[in-house]
Design a binder for this molecule. Structure first.
Ligand code: SF4
Length: 301
């Protein structure tokens, strides 16, 4: 009988985040998802960037790379193209993904390689002690802008939709069931699954996320969307939204309210690796002599 996979199989060490950090919930949810679906540690690679979320690859007993700043997408793509069939999870913070790695994020989305991309958005560079990140709210005082941030925060969902993401969802670390269902839907989608996670920073939080527990949130619901637990739904506004409706997804993403749920999914968008790996097989089949022969490639005429 095959040994079943348990939480112990993913344990490395006790995490060293601050007490109350939202990262604990995200780590626990990823582990629970892997155990529930009996996905073995050797089937998975976790790649992370720099920041508090960067520790995720260290705290999960799977293959893993703690990449350089802003480059976990590059590593994830390379691993996917190695064609070993690994399930790729990418963990990146708002600074890592939207500032230093912004260019890589756009092209990762554009190439639509198959991965679960988790954007840990705590609206600050927490590891470097509360510097302004691209999503820090306007007017918020940080160590780099002690008089307040002078720019409107970057809208990550709008960016992902605009770059052509085939899967875009928002959830929050504090909504465990919703986070779990979102990770599940992202995992089941083939392509670049962009999951925007509103993540509480217990240390530097300046009440950025109070609205998540109160009035300024709503759930997007649809039979093809992400299920919402009844106890959340009772306290919150519910908006019906078909995740195939890109125009409405843009409209919702543009609103100031925090919409949680699936904005968009296109299951038919081709994956980059399918094309490239297929092309690679064809090239390997050609004898190398014919590729290098100058007469055959017509350089000598
Ligand atoms: Fe978490 Fe914030 Fe502490 Fe970093 S600084 S570990 S994000 S609570």
């Amino acid at each position: 009988m095959m040994k079943s996979i348990t939480l112990k199989d993913f344990f490395v060490e006790v995490p060293r985040w601050c007490e109350g950090c939202g990262n604990y919930n995200i780590l626990a949810t990823v582990k629970k998802f892997l155990v529930d679906h009996q996905i073995a540690p050797e089937q998975v690679v976790n790649v992370s960037g720099i920041g508090c979320s960067g520790r995720m690859s260290n705290y999960l007993n799977t293959y893993g790379i703690h990449a350089i700043h802003g480059r976990p997408i590059t590593m994830g793509l390379g691993l996917k193209l190695a064609g070993k069939g690994l399930k790729v999870f990418i963990h990146s913070g708002d600074g890592d993904a939207l500032s230093i790695g912004g260019n890589h994020l756009v092209h990762g989305i554009h190439r639509n390689f198959d991965c679960v991309f988790l954007l840990y958005d705590n609206q600050t560079y927490a590891l470097t002690k509360n510097q302004t990140s691209p999503t820090t709210p306007m007017g918020c005082k940080t160590v780099t802008h002690p008089k307040g941030v002078g720019a409107v925060p970057l809208n990550a969902v709008l960016l992902a939709l605009g770059a052509g993401a085939s899967f875009v969802a928002t959830t929050a670390d504090c909504l465990k069931d919703h986070l779990y269902s979102t990770i599940q839907a992202a995992y089941e989608h083939r392509g670049f699954s962009f999951v925007h996670v509103l993540q509480r920073c217990a240390h530097y939080d300046t009440n950025h996320f109070n609205h998540l527990f109160h009035e300024n949130r709503s759930f997007l619901v649809h039979e093809d969307g992400i299920p919402v637990a009844t106890d959340y739904a009772e306290k919150t506004q519910i908006i019906r939204h078909d995740p195939k409706d890109l125009e409405n997804a843009f409209k919702l993403a543009n609103e100031s309210k925090n919409h949680l749920g699936l904005f968009y999914r296109d299951s038919n968008k081709p994956c980059f690796e399918d094309f490239l790996l297929e092309e690679g097989k064809k090239t390997q089949q050609k004898p190398r002599g014919s590729i290098l022969d100058p007469y055959k490639i017509n350089l000598m005429s």
